[in-house]
Structures are given as structure tokens and as C-alpha cells.
Design a protein around this ligand. Sequence first.
Ligand code: NDP
Length: 365
Amino acid sequence: MNTRRDFLQKVAASALILPLPSWALSAPKYDGPVLRVALMGLGGYATRVADAMRDCKKAKLVGAISGTPDKLTNWQSKYGIPEKNCYNYQTFSNIRNNPDIDAVYITTPNSLHHSQVLQAAAAGKHVLCEKPMALNAKEGAEMVAACKKAGVKLLVGYRMHFEPKTLEVIRMRNSGEFGKILFFQGLCGFRIGDPTQWRLNRELAGGGSLMDIGIYAINGTRYMVGEEPVWVTAQETKTDKVKFKEGVDETIQFQFGFPSGAVASCLSTYSMNNLDRFFLNGEKGFAEMQPSTGYGPIKGRTNKGELTQPHATHQMVQMEEMADIILNGKQPIVPVDGEEGLKDLKIIDAIYLAVKTGKKVPLNL
Ligand code: NDP
């Protein structure tokens, strides 16, 4: 009997074409529903997502929204996007009349997420939104409410929630292999370049390193410890007041306490390169990951040995899983919905408050 695998192997064996990637040989044919996605804000991360989506079966890039006309022309030819599925920020609300787009993925600067999610929801489209979901918990709660009211799903681009080595550590913790969890350390940072970029502009970024990279330590603390924190303390350090203006944090250290008695200690910075390390310690064992949240491959080991789960492009896996969540109601192991994004925003609010007051701030997630 001729199988799809036989066919693909024969095709790959023919001398005149490029060899097929290994996933194509092992992947079963997919003829289920496909989530048709439009990307909004065609910058660095959108390009990474678009490239990764070439390998998706359940999600397909079909549309684009941009303030730069040249980019729309480019993306039409580069990704095969029809002109009728292209919009700018002024024409975007017409997307409501386009039945060929199911979801909008927002990859613009942080301060634009709130209004753009509200617009996408009002147009009746499911929304995927990059981290941080918004600038603060008030905006986040409005976004969750608007999507609920419009009957659309709101998901946040937490790609680590689908990463195999991360999920293995979570599995081991849940099955008690580390014993009672006592301590977590999350260190996240990089040395930021161009001082004119939006990430260093308070209006667009909503803050500094904490909004951009420290959020990985905040979110990581929660999925690694497996509990919600009940208090936070925080301290800010600024060595360059020209580059990091008022309201743009350079380095923040923060600490959490959990109901079980576990504690966590984290660092977020724009002034140290390659800082990407998680360490989880329990009564019976530990997990350490470095790199822990970069694009991978993620590396890590536990008291039982090296983590060996294979690497796959994070954005590809994320889009496949998010398509399953939206189309088939799949429940992810770690949530990626608006409520999850809102919890991180409540923590961000509390960290900034703790920096300002020097006090321990209670958390009620
Ligand atoms: P870029 O600056 O590379 O791209 C942002 C794009 O947004 C621009 O290219 C532009 O696209 C559009 N835009 C609209 N208004 C503005 C404005 N006023 N200033 C600047 N750009 C504007 O940023 P990134 O792609 O790195 O980041 C975008 C979002 O994705 C952020 O929220 C960030 O936190 C998140 N991100 C997430 C990552 C992850 O791993 N999950 C990694 C990197 C970023 P156009 O010209 O098409 O309008």
C-alpha cells in the first residue's frame, strides 16, 4: 500500500529537488480546521512569527496590518498574502467584513496593545496579543472584558508555555519529583542598544526592562513554582539616567512569597547581556535552565539528569497550539488566556508600587 510517507520519501529521493525537512516525513497529513491569522505591526517579532508559521498546519498567515505601505507590498509577495487581506491602522476596522480572517495577532509596541485588542474584538475577531498584554491591570481587565463581551478568545504570546523542556520540569514538579518547592530564582536581561528605540520610550513601552524582559521572570516564577505569589518586594537600580529616563527602569530586583512558604528572587535588567537563567529548588530535587526563555534551544538539567526533549521553533509550536485552543477548545497545560496575562499585569503594577514605596505589596491574584 502506498502511504503518504512512501510518497514523500520518493519525492525527497528524486535528485532534482531539495530534501524535505524531517518533520515533513514524519508528520501525518492534516485536513482539519485551520486558524487564519492576520499579523498587526510588521516588525522584528512579526517577521519571526510569519517565518515560523510557514511550518504550521493548523494556523495560516493570511493577512497583514501595517502603517508602512512598502511592508504590506513586501509581505504580499514574501508570504503569499492577498491584497484584499491587507489593512493599515485606519482601515483596520473593515476587517469585520472579511470572512477570510479568523484572528488578529498584535505585535506592536506595548502601549498600543490595549486599543488594538479592543478594536479587533469589536470587529469580531479572536485576538492573540504579545506580552506584556497591556501597560497595567486596569487596561488588561478592560481587554479581558471586551473579548468576553464580543465572544472572541484573547490569548497572550507566552511561547514558553508550550516549550517541551519547560513542560517536563512542570510535569516533574507536579508529580512530586522535586518534593515540596522551596525556592525559585529567575534572572532575565540583555544589554539594550539604540537609545532611540520604542523600548526606551515610556509612552510606547509603558516602562523599561520589567515590561519587556522581566515579565519572563514574573511569568516564569508562576509556572515554575506552580502557585500564585501573595506578596512582592522590589528595588530599582539605575546607572544611566540619560539612557533610562524617568519611568523607564534599567534594573529591578524583586522577591515573591507564596502561600506554601516558598520564596522567589528575580532580576530584570537592560544592562547585562545573556542573562537568561531559571533555578527551582525543592526538598528532594532541583531544575536549572540556562537559557531558560530565549528562542532556544533551551538547555537544562534536573537532579535526575539532562533535559533531552527536542527543540522545535517556539513560534511554530505556539501557533499550532493556539489554533487548537481557539478552534477545538484545547486546554493548555499552562494557560495563555487574557486572565493569565492580567495576573502578570497585576504583578507588574505591584512591583512598580513596591519600588516607589519601598514596602512589601500584597498580591491577590
Ligand atoms: P518592532 O519595533 O520590531 O516592531 C513593532 C512594529 O509595530 C513596527 O515595525 C511597526 O510596524 C508597528 N508600529 C506601530 N506603531 C508603532 C510605533 N509608534 N512605533 C514603533 N512601531 C510601531 O518591535 P518587536 O517586534 O520587537 O516587538 C513588538 C511586540 O512583540 C512587543 O510588545 C514585544 O514585547 C513583543 N515581543 C515578544 C517577543 C516574544 O518572544 N514573545 C519577542 C520580541 C517582541 P508597521 O510598520 O508594520 O506598522
